[in-house]
Ligand binder design. Structure first.
Ligand SMILES: [Zn+2]
Length: 214
């Protein structure tokens, strides 16, 4: 589900704030430290927070964990954090080891603890009008809907039959969409998308163009 080019932004930019206001009160966007408890599980944020509430009080706050693909999209993953009188903290280990997340509290979100299939929603908000970006988002959303039909372990999902075929198709289409979106949105002289620190035109751009046009 997670598009690899999205990263937690270091600061809250105007466009991020504007896009987030489609979901909730963007003036509440806040960086929250990640301090996982020893028995917290990845992808089980609501249950992790509930355990902390049971042990030390405080409350569950639902909202969105925000990551950014500059000029392309904002990815918003439904997330729960713990609120105490010292503020908010994320008690769920981050799979990339991030030490803080950008969080948008959203009081309109709910979670049914009695439903074993319950999960928080995920949304992607485009930051440009490129139809390729719209396709990429549609691709991700279909993938998410398929995965929602299956019970989920801590980090594995077993998908069967036609769903498995479609999921594979969506997954295979993604690198090509990502490649074309990079070529269309990245300037030659921008820092490369691979994180090498070199200029895009001197690093991955030629390799991407060798595959095909944008
Ligand atoms: Zn590169």
């Amino acid at each position: 589900m997670i598009i690899s080019p999205t990263k937690i932004p270091k600061t809250i930019g105007v466009r991020t704030r504007r896009a987030c206001s489609e979901l909730a009160d963007a003036s509440k966007l806040i960086f929250v430290d990640v301090e996982p408890t020893s028995d917290a599980l990845p992808n089980k944020c609501v249950l992790n927070v509930r355990d902390v509430v049971n042990n030390e009080g405080g409350e569950v706050v639902l909202g969105w964990s925000i990551s950014l693909w500059p000029d392309v999209m904002i990815q918003c993953i439904g997330h729960a954090v713990h609120k105490s009188n010292t503020g908010l903290r994320c008690v769920t280990p981050d799979k990339d080891g991030c030490e803080r997340i950008l969080f948008l509290p959203d009081s309109s979100l709910t979670f049914d603890f009695d439903d074993p299939q319950a999960r928080l929603p995920t949304k992607m908000i485009p930051l440009c009008k490129d139809p390729l970006v719209a396709r990429l988002i549609e691709n991700e959303e279909r993938e998410y809907l398929i995965k929602c039909r299956y019970p989920r372990g801590a980090d594995t999902i077993e998908v069967r039959g036609n769903d498995a075929i479609e999921l594979r198709r969506l997954d295979e289409a993604k690198p090509e969409l990502v490649r074309r979106v990079f070529l269309r949105t990245k300037h030659h002289n921008d820092t490369c998308v691979c994180g090498s620190g070199r200029k895009f035109r001197k690093c991955c751009r030629p390799k991407m163009l060798a595959v095909g046009p944008a």
